[in-house]
Design a protein around this ligand. Sequence first.
Ligand code: HEM
Length: 319
Amino acid sequence: MRLTWQKMDLSNSHPFSAAFDYASDLTGLRFQNPLWKVNYYLFGHKFRKAVSIVKSFGNEIVRLAVCRRDLENPSEKSNPQTNDDESGGDLVNMLLDAVPEHHVVADSAINFLSAGRDTTANSMTWMLHLLLEQPSLTNYITDELPPSGDFHTYASLSTALTPKSHAVFLETLRLYPPVPFELKQTLNSAGMTLPDGTVLPHESVIVWCPYAYGRSKKIWGEDAYEFNPERWIERTGDEAEKLKVRSAAEYPVFNGGARSCLGKRMAEVMGVWVLSESLREWEFEEVEKVGRRRSRNSLTLPMEGGLKVRVRKRNMPAL
Ligand code: HEM
């Protein structure tokens, strides 16, 4: 898969991608290794180099955006407000309009890239894998899509119109949450009190694990380990299908409250729209059928070894 931003290559072979993956893997391992400081001492230089490559990529994104603004609006060089039709909607340009410090914009660009890149890619990989394990689910999704060739709008991707595709997406994330564990620390010097009365003193670290929540029989019942999108579907009297709503306390995949994921809707669009449309047009077949896959140790639950698939246009002979 090839990803670009303003013609900047983000494919797997790009040094940014390699550095990003290395830094993510090592950060993920820190949580499981009580001796991580030893590792950091021995291999820290490689980690720091990876972080510096990631940071320079952010700086490069901003440098290019600023150059482009200067070329497009030379007269506004000193006060480059570019909320016109051409540049509107580009996140980096909007940040440049709002934030004067370029290093903050660069960090924010990397923040969005890191929050949205592997989370979405990994969720789509797991979703495709689970669908290939249960081929009947392909029609389950594609049958509810608007007719092929119809122009899709944001509204046509609502949970009301495509509840089953959303169910498959949410069910995938239940079993394979791209943020498998989370932690927060109390910074308030007086500590804080949780809604149930538990008092957390200053600097307490609290860790929770959406991966474990997703597999909890207490929350999901005896079949918690089964991939069953139907558990998300509610049928009303007239047989209309509706997506069940789950609270962030039961399903913390996108976090909850004030720090909920800002890209949830974008991730849904990718997961529901891109994958369903691809399944309508293309047939996928796993190259190596090795049963249920394992995840790799990293921050965003990537699939060990990746998912190699053979692709062919529907109703065409295999290449
Ligand atoms: C399936 C895909 C995704 C999942 C499961 C996911 C999950 C999460 C979670 C659990 C958090 C909270 C992290 C924390 O507690 O610090 C978060 C935050 C965030 N996500 Fe996502 N995310 C996904 C996709 C995206 C995408 C596509 C974007 C945007 C391009 C995005 C942007 C963000 C941002 C900016 C935050 C920080 C919000 C804040 O701290 O106020 N995410 N996401």
